[in-house]
Write a protein that binds this ligand. Structure first.
Ligand code: 5RP
Length: 224
């Protein structure tokens, strides 16, 4: 079962957390397990501060009893743990299915160590799922034109239980852009970062390690 594999990956990453650490908490269903296990360790005396990357994570972490802080108060994060939608063998990731990738990327770059947790279904040879872009609403048409010139097919993300577009925790739209197979994620990363009106995109090239929950156990891949 996928959930068991997500939980195993999350639990494995939680083993890296030590007393005194400031821990960045990503967003999504896999991170729900990280929060659960971290909360249990806090109840047993682990002394940490967490920084959430979304409203969802903040609410879950508060429920789990994890003391929270902010990047303003603690800008130097020891360890960030986050999920991903796809991961390639070089540890490049696509993130943002939960529309939280802007804060997640800020967290990933604030952290001394960035650890990704996934079940094995997320591992691919070549990244290929649509890349989420957080876009300033005012810039929507400009961004659509620019990503089309790069060969992408943009689709405004629609909300399921609200009429109209998804609005991120930061008040912006999400464009999911299908580029097909992404042969050079670093190049696309740079190109998307250069588009005016894109606040942040979902290609992450800075993971230090990935904990993969497999049916056979947890495999850890580290950046060489
Ligand atoms: C949210 C994300 C998530 O980390 C990613 O979508 C993975 O989610 P899940 O663990 O639910 O599969 O990037 O913006």
């Amino acid at each position: 079962m996928v959930n068991r594999e997500k939980e195993a990956a999350g639990k494995s990453a939680v083993e890296l957390v030590q007393d005194g650490m400031v821990v960045g908490l990503g967003t999504g269903s896999t991170i729900t397990y990280v929060i659960k296990h971290l909360g249990e360790k806090v109840k047993d005396g682990l002394d940490i501060l967490g920084i959430p990357t979304s409203h969802q994570t903040e609410l879950l972490a508060l429920q789990a009893g994890i003391p929270l802080t902010t990047l303003w108060e603690h800008p130097a994060v020891d360890l960030a743990i986050d999920g991903a939608d796809q991961v390639d063998p070089m540890l490049n990731c696509i993130k943002g299915q939960g529309a939280a990738h802007t804060r997640e990327k800020i967290m990933a770059y604030s952290a001394n160590r960035f650890v990704v947790v996934v079940d094995e279904s997320k591992m691919v040879n070549v990244l290929s799922c649509p890349v989420p872009l957080e876009v300033l609403p005012y810039a929507l048409r400009l961004v659509e034109r620019q990503v089309t010139k790069l060969g992408g097919v943009p689709k405004l993300r629609e909300a399921r239980k609200k009429d109209g577009p998804v609005i991120t925790d930061n008040g912006n739209f999400v464009l999911d852009v299908d580029f097909g197979e992404i042969i050079d994620p670093k190049k696309l990363d740079e190109r998307l970062s250069n588009i005016i009106g894109v606040i942040e995109h979902g290609i992450f090239t800075n993971a230090d390690e990935v904990h993969i929950g497999r049916k056979s156990g947890v495999e850890v891949l580290k950046k060489s």
